[in-house]
Ligand binder design. Structure first.
Ligand code: SF4
Length: 345
């Protein structure tokens, strides 16, 4: 069985659930994620190497069924393999609400990683992003800390990502305080930060980049995720205007510096695959490799009536061609964690 192809098809075509399996899953309290457009769905462990998040789709050729209390994946009615469904920790389910409201407003767990959101919503307003539906709010360290303590009761969690949305200019210094707090107080975990190129208090003052990156390294950040998203200028300006404004030149400058400070295997840059041509994606892959960083390929998940799911063939071709480039540049495809690849190629 080609697990890569199966994973891609599950990501793009989704999965349906038999009544028997659904009844069983509903006893868990919650069995699927609905926190963000690219992480929405049922989290499936195909085997110890392959993990995938698949959205619910009654028209999919794939179905999750239950056979003697074991989940099985079927393709057009034929059993393919036994699978495991990721079950949210009971502690998280029992403590879903605290004095600050839903803890999933602050933290969300995906397999072995927990994502902390210092900002609800996002100042960037990319057209295809579900964050736009959420009002911008700076989350307090107390709110996030309380929620993180609940999430970390789940012993399966081994690492942390401090993620977006992107902060307003006046909140940049606060974000640095957030990084400092969590790196100091949770030093037993590897902590990655997802961010746009910036300095201590400016997006545009590129002279701050190097010292800011060094500061992040010094406080204990393990790795950086600096997502270019789209290489095509027209599409980027249309869909991600704030990122377009930062400019590709500044992205690549930041990536180069980050690689120097953090090392190749600790800096990745995500690209959305399916909104632009394969040629544009491959050009971006090459540029990211030349900066000494790892590309990460995220299949486009349609939102806001923009575009459609790319075909599995398109994604497989992009992946194959990317792999050839990665071999030339001796660069691995990010993320390195197998479980964190549940929604990437
Ligand atoms: S920067 Fe990221 S989180 Fe913010 S709107 Fe764009 S895709 Fe969404």
């Amino acid at each position: 069985m080609n697990f890569q192809t199966l994973k891609i098809k599950l990501m793009m075509n989704g999965v349906k659930i038999s009544n028997k399996a659904l009844e069983y899953l509903q006893n868990w309290g919650k069995f699927y994620n609905d926190d963000y457009v690219t992480t929405t769905g049922v989290m499936i462990e195909l085997n110890e190497d392959w993990f995938v998040t698949s959205h619910l789709n009654d028209n999919s050729e794939y179905k999750i069924n239950l056979n003697k209390n074991v989940f099985v994946l079927e393709e057009n009615g034929v059993e393919l393999l036994q699978i495991k469904i990721w079950r949210p920790s009971e502690f998280m389910i029992k403590n879903l609400k605290n004095k600050f409201g839903l803890i999933t407003n602050y933290v969300n767990a995906h397999f072995d990683r927990v994502r902390i959101s210092p900002i609800s919503g996002c100042n960037n307003h990319c057209a295809f992003c579900s964050m736009n539906a959420i009002k911008y709010k700076k989350n307090s360290i107390e709110e996030m800390d309380l929620a993180l303590n609940v999430a970390l009761q789940d012993e399966r969690i081994t690492h942390i990502l401090i993620s977006g949305g992107s902060p307003k200019l006046e909140d940049l210094e606060y974000l640095t305080q957030v990084y400092e707090y969590f790196c100091k107080n949770y030093s037993g975990y590897d902590i990655d930060v997802m961010m746009t190129p910036r300095g201590f208090n400016s997006y545009s003052d590129t002279s701050q980049y190097l010292n800011y990156i060094k500061h992040l390294k010094n406080i204990g950040v393990k790795g950086l995720s600096i997502n270019l998203e789209l290489y095509d200028s027209k599409l980027c300006s249309k869909y991600c205007p704030a990122k377009f404004e930062i400019g590709r030149k500044n992205y690549f400058k930041f990536l180069k510096l980050a690689s120097k400070v953090f090392g190749k295997e600790n800096v990745r840059s995500g690209l959305i695959v399916g909104l632009e041509s394969i040629k544009q994606t491959l050009t971006a892959v090459k540029k990211i490799c030349k900066c000494g960083c790892m590309p990460m390929l995220s299949p486009y998940i349609p939102y806001n009536n923009i575009g459609d799911y790319p075909s599995a063939d398109f994604l497989i071709e992009t992946l194959d061609k990317t792999q050839k480039l990665l071999n030339i540049y001796n660069t691995p495809l990010a993320p390195l964690c197998k479980k964190c690849r549940h929604n990437t190629l």
